[in-house]
Design a protein around this ligand. Structure first.
Ligand code: PRP
Ligand code: URA
Length: 212
């Protein structure tokens, strides 16, 4: 895949370690869910170096000093249902007061095109830092449509975070939305004929919620 200024691939050994367990078909639903959350928190930590901050006065036992803190309510989390739900708590660990919008999308198994069946976003989202989360970025169709939806609400500061990306999908999103930062923990080899990421981890929604 060619290099894109707006694509950040982590390839951190600690994240790679967790992804190895996540991929394993023997990993239980509980462990899978916990790993998705942990990986998301590690990714969030790295992705928000540009989080809006403000200065406050803090009085220590010795003196008063000026300190930098994260601006309250500056971040909105938007999971793509279903699988994106598994990442919400992982972001909430670092942004406990973040509001959550939901976009429901399901890929048509034949055309691989996403169908949007639900969208509920917090009011005032246009002024927030929006982080869209979905563990899998495969063809990129769901990510592109979700970003289009958020942009249509007037949002300008958007990040997209996926645990595993396929080169085809990452390129598609990066080119369609050069103004959106795309964070991927690891870039896999390719898609198979059914649009599944190889080696991947299978169907993220089914593994998170035990539906297979
Ligand atoms: C999966 C995944 C993404 C989408 C990625 O969801 O969670 O949303 O596929 O594929 P794409 O990049 O080719 O669009 P799915 O449609 O299987 O729904 P689910 O989360 O309800 O299982
Ligand atoms: N959605 C998934 O859950 N897994 C894939 O490999 C591709 C899309």
């Amino acid at each position: 895949m060619k290099n894109y200024d707006n694509v950040i691939i982590f390839d951190h050994p600690l994240i790679r370690h967790k992804i190895a367990i996540l991929r394993d078909a023997r990993t239980s639903m509980k462990e899978f869910r916990e790993l998705v959350e942990e990986i998301t928190t590690l990714m969030t930590y790295e992705s928000f170096k540009d989080v809006p901050t403000t200065e406050i006065e803090v009085t220590t036992p010795l003196e008063t000093c000026t300190q930098t803190v994260v601006k309250d309510n500056s971040v909105v989390i938007v999971p793509i249902l279903r699988a994106g739900l598994g990442m919400v708590n992982g972001v909430h660990v670092l942004f406990p007061s973040a509001k959550v919008g939901h976009i429901g999308m399901c890929r048509n198994e034949e055309t691989l095109l996403p169908d949007t069946y639900y969208c509920k976003l917090p009011s005032g989202i246009e002024d927030k830092f929006v982080i869209i989360v979905d563990p899998m970025l495969a063809t990129g169709g769901s990510a592109c449509d979700a970003i289009d939806l958020i942009k249509a609400k007037g949002c300008k500061k958007i990040k997209f975070m996926a645990i595993i990306g396929a080169p085809e999908g990452v390129s598609k999103v990066a080119e369609a939305h050069p103004d959106v930062d795309i964070y991927v923990s690891t870039l896999d080899r390719c898609l198979n004929e059914y649009g599944y990421i190889l080696p991947g981890l299978g169907d993220a929604g089914d593994r998170l919620f035990g539906t297979k």
